[in-house]
Design a protein around this ligand. Sequence first.
Ligand SMILES: Nc1ncnc2c1ncn2[C@@H]1O[C@H](COP(=O)(O)OP(=O)(O)O)[C@@H](O)[C@H]1O
Ligand SMILES: O=C(CO)[C@H](O)[C@H](O)COP(=O)(O)O
Length: 561
Amino acid sequence: MSGVGEVGDRYVVGVDYGTLSGRALVVRVRDGAELGTAVHEYRNAVIESALPDGGPSLPPDWALQDPQDYRDVLRHAVPAAVAAAGVDPRDVVGIGIDFTACTILPTLADGTPLCEVPELRQRPHAWVKLWKHHAAQPHADRINALAHERGEPWIGRYGGKISAEWQFAKGLQLLEEDPEVYRRADRFIEAADWIVWQLCGIETRNVCTAGYKGIMQDGKYPSTDYLTALNPDFGDFVTKLDGPLMPLADKAGELTAAAAAWTGLPQGIAVAVGNVDAHVTAASAQALAPGRLVAIMGTSTCHVVNGAQPAEVAGMCGVVEGGISAGAWGYEAGQSGVGDIFGWFVKHAAPAEVASHERLTELAAAQPVGAHGLVALDWWNGNRSLLVNHDLSGMIVGLTLATRPEDVYRALLEATAYGTRMIIEAFVEAGVPVNDLVIAGGLTSNTLLMQIYADVTNRPLSIIGSAQGPALGSAIHAAVAAGEYSSIHEASQAMGRISEAVYRPDPDRVRAYDALYAEYRTLHDHFGRGTNDVMLRLRAIRNAAAGSAASTNETASEEVA
Ligand SMILES: Nc1ncnc2c1ncn2[C@@H]1O[C@H](COP(=O)(O)OP(=O)(O)O)[C@@H](O)[C@H]1O
Ligand SMILES: O=C(CO)[C@H](O)[C@H](O)COP(=O)(O)O
């Protein structure tokens, strides 16, 4: 953190809503200096098995959140960040937020979350569905099949598949599993837009989530005909999504008196339009130019890259005009599990004497490429791009009695790099240039991982110059919304930071990885493209067994009662 500003300086606050916590960052407008930060952990974190106040236990693949946790970030992290920065809150001129996505909730017409309506509190579908809620896969499958059958024009803009994580799959699941909660939902809104509504009292919809996570293309959602063909009661779904659509970095409204009281910031300051963690980071990494692919690597990885033209890229998440920044076509792809796979290995598979990222990385770094004899498929949390199937699962080939924990750890790091290479090749083959990579997020601290990515992708890797890429990106958007800069490009140049080409590919390792990547591709297509659906069959067997175990437990507890 830099020192406090000078007299006359103005500041903006960026708030990054992550999977487990929200971080606030106070940033100086003139140069992007980061002056103070604070984190607030969500009390209810990720709700995966039981609701906070009781109700039915949640089936596999559910992931919910509590919207009160989001308000608490405003009440705790924002004032703490301003205090840590040592600036006068009266000099703060704007606030911007970014959120995970698609993280979405049903609300009443006034924005009250349905899970806060007393009689709906114990209904799982009344809660926020987090981005990694994966229980809507069957609904996504039907959305996709019908879109292809009818030749819907928008499906190509999503690489041919809508993800189970996105709005329409989650909405259809809500309708079909709890029609009453669906009917009570006047609004179905991304948490990014909901928290902006809480801040400025005005409901808006940002073009980023509407485009990538909804199906808003060329100013339109899917037709009523199509939605009715999915389910006769789904025809009205878009009326719950509709709202004033706003470009990124615009001002959504002004901070209300109530939100000023929560945050300690001045009433009336600019509130920027909501945005997504990955997409705001392109601005903080000074990576808005076409061809610079930004990978935000944390629990999962999100890839965003601007292009000059629209193109259809099989398996990408989507292409949206102005979806990253005005004046370009923004492309997105993603890997649903990255740091979480490494974390799983440290926590559940590595023996205690080596069970830390640091120790496993140190041991893994000592071996030449290929020496472990392993190739893994990185699908521990399903596959977002290119296969768009969250029922796929992880695999390691080549294990022997000589395999050591660091070998497996290294194979997992490499598997995620191969997954990123698949995505890059899909973009390039479709005519979307990817010249270099800019990496942001917590995983930038792992230098072995960074070098593996440079070698596997055969591209130079630049590193964002901030440990708070999303929060800084939100602050940059707030500065534009407050009128401090005339465009996001100008603000990004003044306030963003990047260290250019920190990691360069090594030709020998590139060659060695080409051979391993060829094996990865073969396995990827074999298990992911229908030659052998063993993973899908295992998932069905698991779900049936989990279902019968749950009903056995319920019968047992009824008998006890
Ligand atoms: N040194 C490390 N090497 C590899 N993975 C790590 C390391 N430290 C933490 N992780 C993993 O990175 C993820 C946390 O990254 P972070 O960027 O903080 O998360 P988030 O995506 O929530 O912002 C966790 O999944 C954790 O298992
Ligand atoms: O898809 C997303 C953005 O488009 C999610 O927000 C993202 O994958 C979750 O990010 P993280 O793992 O960093 O919390």
